[in-house]
Design a protein around this ligand. Structure first.
Ligand code: FAD
Length: 592
């Protein structure tokens, strides 16, 4: 079954739930007036359905091959990548000065969802290139920008991000790859990186690697890391390709999912050292990485949304075709499609509601990141930056967690056929599994949320957001629309739980850090399911201007979320608080 981008849902989420329209009205987007949003998404949806989705299965079955340091991708993939760059999809939000279209990140976020839904392994390549563009644009020298930025923006030369080493995963500061200064101002890089996505492939003439390494006299830990641009092929001053650089794929991984996306071991230095060019200042590599982390983490969150939506669409279609049993109250011969059964309806609603909430959280993050750089007024930019920073770990972890849950429900709805590869439901489940792991595990995101984002300004960013969400709940309550059921009450309760839990954690972040860390993951879930519930309610309020059927659809979805998902807030509050006790006693159980 192919994929169709849910344009109406996406537009509602973007314009109303995520606040794009309000930000445009407030003048934060300059000349961009939002008129072309729908057309861009429709065109992206067409490209995804026609070009990318048909290659999803091919890539999964064929995988990739490594031969003599060269990786080849599945049949049709290099051609699809060429069409992708020629159509300009890589350059949607790229800087105009370097050939990009300069459209908001929020528009690109919606496109990223579309690519991920159609073919998550393909979409991963440009996702990393975008991060590379951001790092180079913010920190690169004019000369490096002149040579590389246009090619990265167009996608002609995709980028990679190389942090991980065998002993340095979540703990990036433990990396050992060495960089030595050379008299001509360049560096020679020697070392081995593992798990490098699209580290080598045959979809482009060149690849621009962004490598973290350590100078001989660097201080230990994250304070001694520098960022280098290391091209696969050296580039002559006139832009033409020169000799092969000393960076090779020496191995590829055999993985649970994402079979079509190469995951490479990269070896540098077998022939004297890879030529590297410093980005930013020596020993300030982590600073450069932080610039692009928000966007990369948001991108992975959008992978969660995309895969969830794909799994949902497929499960919905299957549930309308597969016949088993009779609807309650029906008699006689024959059988009904399984969608008539309340438990199947519940699973489908759960899938759809979780996907919609994660979508809006991700889009709202993108709008905040946009406003943080586009708004005229410094105060507005600072507030938006704080909002973007707060939402980023939630967008990444909540969306990828629900991506897994939704893909699992997709398998469940297929029954036994879900476990058989033929239907494709199993592939979504396998592909989704990496998303809570890479780009900072979801455990690390939760720690970031509690120790940095909540703790910033004594919790001000969190409490300001809670006030805004409370206003939405007031509007639901004052709407007096019986179709909302107990949405207002359930969301108000959830907000109270989130408020209390935030204060409880704030008190412990410094005084009892182990207690705060033990509750970080359930806190992030509490945050996501309360925020998502309020955002869907806000969309339902905005949809009241639509046709009766449409309006009804969004109110029912918001109500389902509030009454079935946000309602878990009080249990999550208890879990955060009691996690400390559970963790304190854990050693006796685990190691006793
Ligand atoms: C398919 C794939 C593609 C990848 N692509 C790239 C890439 O392109 N570039 C790149 O550089 N890397 C890439 N990675 C690496 C990825 O980012 C790491 O696997 C990830 O950051 C986790 O590191 P790790 O595997 O060493 O796990 P570990 O850091 O060993 O973590 C293991 C477990 O311990 C937990 N943990 C670790 N430290 C803490 C802590 N301080 N507090 C609480 N819990 C903790 C983690 O949450 C996790 O549950 C990729 C990995 C895979 C599998």
């Amino acid at each position: 079954m192919t994929y169709r981008a849910p344009i109406n849902d996406m537009l509602l989420a973007l314009n109303h739930g995520a606040g794009l329209q309000a930000a445009v009205k407030a003048g934060h987007y300059g000349e961009f007036d939002g008129d072309i949003t729908a057309a861009v998404l429709e065109e992206a949806g067409r490209f995804a359905s026609d070009v990318l989705a048909p290659l999803n299965r091919v890539g999964d079955e064929h995988g990739i091959k490594l031969d003599g340091g060269n990786v080849t991708t599945a049949p049709g993939w290099p051609d699809a990548y060429r069409r992708w760059t020629e159509a300009g999809w890589n350059a949607v939000s790229g800087p105009e000065a370097f050939g990009g279209q300069g459209l908001p990140l929020a528009i690109n976020a919606a496109c990223t969802e579309i690519w991920s839904a159609a073919n998550i392994a393909f979409g991963l390549c440009p996702l990393l290139t975008l991060s590379a563009i951001e790092a180079l644009e913010a920190h690169g020298s004019d000369e490096l920008k002149r040579i590389y930025l246009e090619k990265l923006v167009s996608g002609e030369w995709p980028g990679t991000m190389q942090l991980t080493e065998p002993q340095a995963g979540s703990d990036v500061g433990a990396l050992r790859t060495r960089a030595e200064r050379v008299s001509d101002g360049t560096y020679r890089i020697k070392g081995t990186k593992i798990f490098i996505t699209y580290g080598d492939h045959d979809m482009s003439d060149n690849i621009v690697h962004f490598v973290l390494a350590r100078l001989p006299d660097a201080p230990p830990g994250t304070r001694g890391i520098s960022l280098f641009l290391v091209p696969k092929f050296l580039v002559n001053p006139d832009g033409s390709l020169g000799g092969r650089n000393d960076i090779y794929a020496s191995g590829i991984e055999h993985k649970l999912g994402m079979h079509a996306a190469p995951t490479c071991t990269m070896t540098m230095g077998d022939k004297g050292g890879a030529v590297g060019y410093l980005i930013g200042e020596e020993n300030r590599g982590m600073h450069c990485m932080f610039t692009m982390m928000n966007q990369a983490r948001l991108g992975v969150g959008l992978e969660g949304v995309g895969i969830a939506d794909r799994a949902y669409q497929q499960a919905l279609a299957f549930a309308q075709e597969r016949r088993q049993g009779r609807a309650v109250g029906k008699t006689g011969d024959g059988s009904d499609p399984i969608i008539v059964h309340p438990d199947v309806k519940r699973m489908l609603m759960q899938m759809r509601a979780l996907t919609a909430a994660a979508r809006t959280i991700c889009y709202a993050t993108a709008v905040a990141l946009d406003v943080s750089v586009r708004a005229q007024d410094g105060g507005t930019r600072a507030l938006a930056a704080a909002r973007g920073a707060l939402l980023t770990p939630i967008a990444k972890a909540f969306s990828t967690d629900i991506g897994n849950e939704v893909a699992s429900l997709g398998v469940q709805i297929h029954g036994g056929m879900g476990f058989i590869e033929e239907t494709g439901a199993a592939q979504h489940y396998r592909d989704a599994r990496i998303t809570p792991i890479y780009e900072g595990t979801n455990g690390i995101q939760s720690i970031d949320l509690v120790t940095r984002k909540l703790a910033a300004n004594g919790g001000e960013s969190v409490f300001t957001l809670l006030d805004e969400l409370s206003d939405i709940v007031k509007q639901v309550e004052s709407s007096n629309d019986p179709a909302f059921g107990t949405t207002g009450i359930k969301l108000r309760d959830a907000l109270a739980c989130l408020d209390r839990t935030s204060r409880w954690l704030l008190e412990r972040v410094t005084s009892a850090p182990n207690e705060a860390l033990a509750g970080a993951t359930p806190y992030l879930r509490l945050f996501g399911s309360t925020l998502g519930g309020c955002m869907l309610a806000n969309e339902a309020l905005a949809a009241r201007g639509f046709s009766e059927g449409e309006a009804q659809r969004y109110v029912t979805l918001a109500r389902f979320f509030a009454e079935n998902i946000s309602v878990q807030a009080s249990a999550l509050e208890r879990t955060v608080i009691d996690a400390a006790a559970a963790v304190n006693g854990a050693d006796a159980v685990l190691l006793g």
